[in-house]
Ligand binder design. Structure first.
Ligand code: HEC
Ligand code: HEC
Ligand code: HEC
Length: 447
């Protein structure tokens, strides 16, 4: 669907939703009285510590912090198909943050997306997942946030046009899509699986990126984990439609989520690198639980995905070098030395027959990787790959990626590869330029 069409369908649907909202008259929510900001030493340090881990699982920092700005002070522009919503200041500042919010108001925001003053919040704040967070966990999150350094900062005004800037309409969206108690529980599957379900469907909101959305920006629950969009990256399918050449097991998922790298699958990049960076600070048992649940979500793979990694790595197509001679030559000169097995971390890349980026129906992640490379994670012995934006031009890039797709992906050629290359290059140039602009005007996309 083109962007234009999507916005028009969106507006038509919003009008319908407005009708629904009016009919049910649910738009009004009471204000909750302000309190004097509680002193930090009134909170139990153990609860605060637990809150810190929970905030990492919920990625509160990635959306509520502008690159180079104060943590949790908000102001990050979050693009949506309908315009830009800026994240709020969630430090305990009395005027511009949540310093005067009682715990009850915080819990209401997490459960039903309503601010202390009674205004409806946009679901860019993923309360459709956070609604499942337990009382004890909300209490710990509240204690953690209320003991941060208060920062005086107000986010810029949202850039949404009428009628989308009219917050009471959000009540209609909630009527259609906000469901609580969604986390599946199954006593037959054991404690670890159930803990994983609670985290994945709730606080960790994995589906916010990995599930496709409908015209109104709600997750399509009949296509849960079938692959979604974030920040010009494709968040791969994680259910039984996954394109990962080797099936994801609980152990592989655990290693990938814990260290950001796994030998049969490669590295987490882009928005997933931030998720993994946060998970590095979370107790082992929680990461393990997430992995156990996600392994179950990935379902029964097709027969050709039951093969072990060493067999997959041997199985590249030899005809590709004839059909794509130019691409084959670039690969041999620029890529093969690192990607063919002998080099170890941090310079050795996976055999590209194992790469989901090449097997995926969407070439964007591969293009992002080749243009920008893979940076080292601070303090870790993590992989490093140089970016090729300045050494490979668009024509060469098309030749190279078409070759990789046939040789290692062994799947039908990507359509409109020329355009995908131009788009990825434009995005890369913009993000480079953003590095030189002041923090306040920087953008990072989120669903
Ligand atoms: C995907 C991005 C995203 C993530 C992740 C996220 N938020 Fe937010 N949050 C937002 C946006 C955007 C808003 C502003 C919504 C609006 O103005 O309607 C917001 C608003 C809020 C508000 C309301 C504040 C106010 O003054 O009205 C609270 C409280 C909040 N978030 C807490 C959290 C917590 C706690 C976490 C982590 C558990 C979190 N958020 C994670 C994007 C996010
Ligand atoms: C902010 C968006 C976002 C969130 C939240 C998110 N992911 Fe991801 N995820 C991505 C993107 C984008 C990629 C592709 C990254 C790449 O190409 O390296 C990805 C890749 C992955 C992969 C690799 C799949 C493959 O076949 O290679 C796994 C596994 C994964 N995510 C699991 C999770 C889990 C589990 C959670 C919740 C704890 C989660 N993700 C939350 C955006 C997200
Ligand atoms: C200096 C060594 C080096 C060179 C040269 C290099 N890479 Fe990489 N590459 C890496 C490392 C290290 C990683 C991260 C580990 C991983 O994911 O394989 C990586 C990751 C990748 C990935 C992601 C694999 C996945 O799904 O996780 C792709 C695709 C890729 N490289 C393609 C290329 C291409 C195409 C070229 C040539 C234009 C190239 N690389 C050149 C080292 C290199």
């Amino acid at each position: 669907m083109t962007g234009q069409l999507r916005i028009i369908t969106g507006i038509a649907a919003i009008v319908l939703v407005a009708g629904a909202a009016a009919a049910f008259a649910v738009a009004w929510r009471p204000q909750i009285a302000a309190i004097a900001p509680p002193r930090a030493d009134t909170f139990d340090p153990d609860v605060v510590k637990r809150g810190r881990e929970l905030a990492a699982i919920g990625n509160c920092n990635t959306c509520h912090t502008v690159q180079g700005g104060a943590t949790y002070a908000g102001g990050l522009p979050v693009p949506t198909p309908f315009g830009i919503v800026f994240s709020s200041n969630i430090t305990p500042d009395a005027e511009t943050g949540i310093g005067r919010w009682p715990e009850e108001a915080f819990v209401r925001a997490m459960r039903s997306g309503v601010a202390r003053d009674g205004q409806h919040l946009y679901p860019t704040f993923p309360y459709d997942h956070f609604t499942n967070v337990s009382d004890a966990d909300d209490r710990a999150l509240y204690a953690f946030l209320m003991t941060r350094q208060p920062v005086h900062a107000s986010p810029p005004a949202n850039q949404l046009s009428f009628p989308l800037n009219y917050r009471p309409l959000i009540a209609g969206w909630k009527l259609l899509y906000l469901r609580s108690g969604d986390a599946p529980q199954d006593s037959a599957k054991g404690a670890e699986w159930n803990r994983g379900a609670y985290l994945v469907e709730g606080l960790a909101h994995c589906g916010a990126c990995h599930t496709p959305r409908n015209a109104l920006g709600a997750e399509r629950l009949n296509a849960q984990f079938a692959g979604g969009e974030v920040d010009n990256w494709h968040a791969y399918a994680l259910n039984d439609t996954s394109h990962a050449p080797v099936r994801w097991t609980a152990d592989a998922l655990y290693a990938y989520l814990r260290h950001g790298w796994q030998a049969d699958h490669g590295t987490a990049r882009g928005p997933m690198a931030e998720v993994v960076g946060n998970l590095a600070t979370v107790p082992d048992s929680d990461v393990r639980a997430i992995a156990v649940y996600m392994a179950d979500i990935s379902g029964t793979p097709a027969p050709d995905r039951k093969r072990p990694a060493d067999v997959v790595a041997q199985s590249s197509s030899d005809d590709a070098a004839q059909t794509h001679a130019a691409g084959a030559a670039i690969y041999a000169a620029a890529c093969g030395s690192c990607h063919e097995g002998s080099r170890t971390l941090p310079y050795g890349g996976v055999n590209l027959a194992l790469s989901t980026a090449i097997a995926s129906p969407d070439p964007r992640n591969l293009l992002n990787i080749v243009l920008s490379g893979v940076g080292a994670v601070e303090g870790e012995r993590s992989p490093i790959m140089p970016g090729f934006a300045s050494s490979i031009d668009d024509t060469q890039m098309v030749a190279l990626t078409a070759y990789l797709r046939e040789r290692f992906g062994k799947r039908p050629a990507w359509a409109n590869l020329d355009k995908a290359v131009r788009d990825a290059r434009a995005v890369q140039a913009t993000s480079l330029a953003a590095r030189d602009t002041p923090a306040e005007s920087r953008q990072r996309g989120k669903p």
